[in-house]
Design a binder for this molecule. Structure first.
Ligand SMILES: Cc1cc2nc3c(=O)[nH]c(=O)nc-3n(C[C@H](O)[C@H](O)[C@H](O)COP(=O)(O)OP(=O)(O)OC[C@H]3O[C@@H](n4cnc5c(N)ncnc54)[C@H](O)[C@@H]3O)c2cc1C
Length: 304
């Protein structure tokens, strides 16, 4: 049995570990931050190819949609399929990732819109409750015989005859000696659940309201080059003001907590094999959206 060390316990490292274990590899995951401490734990997280168009993103997102839709049948996975609307001022543009949607998921033109908006696409998309989903993934790794260990690495491990998957997210800047990796700061406000069951997104901003089972994630920001993980009260107030334009009920919602995550920005995702290292990082704002598609490519590269 071939051994693999996966560096990183965010959504990319854990989904890769699950697929590698299922393919028969022996897998040990090493990570400085354990799953609930990662950027992945902060993600809103709605399936949405939110990034510049890239060659493989539509294929990875399409595959991940199917996997997530199947997982939605298992309540413990933290995945639900929810309907909602992306709204626009002016004419709704065509979605460059339209082909990533399965038949029946939309997009359909929406006519019931928040005041001030002119058009919208309604879709049925996976919403992933990240803390629960990451716990589910970590359990799946362990159930399949893998291990998860906290370790702060100064470089990628190089044991003889062992494959290494670099799923270090922003940490790949150093682990992969890759200066093109940079933080894209995202701040969200988590508010009480008021009975919302539809998501609403406006890509300008970006502004989004993503209902989960017990709370609602309200965002957001995308600030390239910003490293601070401290929530900024002025930013939180602006986020809530923008989001209340989309969903006026939020005006009476109690704030539960503030969270900040640093997305692993890169001009494009790096997914390639170099000798015994498979790099899989730089997923920016769409790691949850493409994780399962990427994980299956990681297995293909490991087998190859
Ligand atoms: C506010 C916000 C909202 C978001 N919303 C969405 C959304 O709706 N949909 C979506 O698809 N995506 C969303 N994202 C983006 C998504 O969170 C990221 O694309 C994804 O989490 C990246 O996952 P990752 O596993 O690559 O990185 P991470 O989750 O950051 O994990 C990296 C792992 O590598 C480890 N590591 C790094 N350096 C070292 C080292 N030196 N030694 C050991 N371990 C190391 C870390 O400790 C960690 O375990 C959002 C992000 C934010 C911040």
């Amino acid at each position: 049995m071939r051994r693999v060390i996966v560096v990183g316990a965010g959504v990319i490292g854990l989904t890769s570990a699950v697929r590698l274990l299922e393919a028969g590899y022996r897998v040990d995951v090493l990570a400085r931050e354990l799953p609930l401490e990662t950027t992945s734990a902060v993600a809103a997280a709605i399936w949405s190819p939110y990034s510049a168009p890239q060659q493989h993103v539509v294929r990875w997102a399409r595959r991940s949609y199917d996997v997530l839709a199947d997982l939605a049948a298992d309540e413990a996975s933290g995945v639900v399929l929810r309907e909602g609307t992306e709204v626009f001022r002016g004419e709704a543009p065509d979605l460059w990732w339209r082909q990533a949607l399965p038949p029946g998921a939309g997009p359909d033109r929406e006519t019931s819109l928040p005041s001030g908006y002119d058009s919208g696409w309604t879709m049925r998309l996976p919403v992933v409750e990240m803390p629960q989903h990451l716990r589910w993934l970590a359990r799946r790794v362990e159930d399949l015989g893998g291990t998860l260990t906290r370790m702060n690495l100064s470089s990628l491990p190089e044991p003889e005859g062992v494959l290494v998957v670099n799923a270090g997210g922003l940490g790949a800047k150093h682990l992969g000696a890759d200066p093109s990796v940079h933080p894209v700061r995202g701040q969200v406000v988590v508010v009480e659940q008021l009975g919302l069951d539809r998501w609403t997104v406006e890509s300008e901003g970006p502004t989004y309201v993503i209902p989960r089972s017990r709370d609602v994630v309200v965002g957001g920001t995308a600030e390239p080059g910003e490293w601070s993980r401290t929530p900024d009260p002025a930013v939180a107030a602006d986020v809530l003001r923008r989001a209340t334009r989309l969903v006026p009920e939020l005006a009476r919602a109690k704030v539960l907590r503030h969270r900040v995550g640093l997305r692993p920005g890169r001009p494009e995702v790096r997914l390639e094999r170099q000798g015994d290292v498979i790099h899989c990082y730089g997923h920016g704002g769409c790691g949850v959206t493409v994780a399962w598609g990427c994980a299956e490519d990681v297995v293909g590269l490991a087998d190859g």
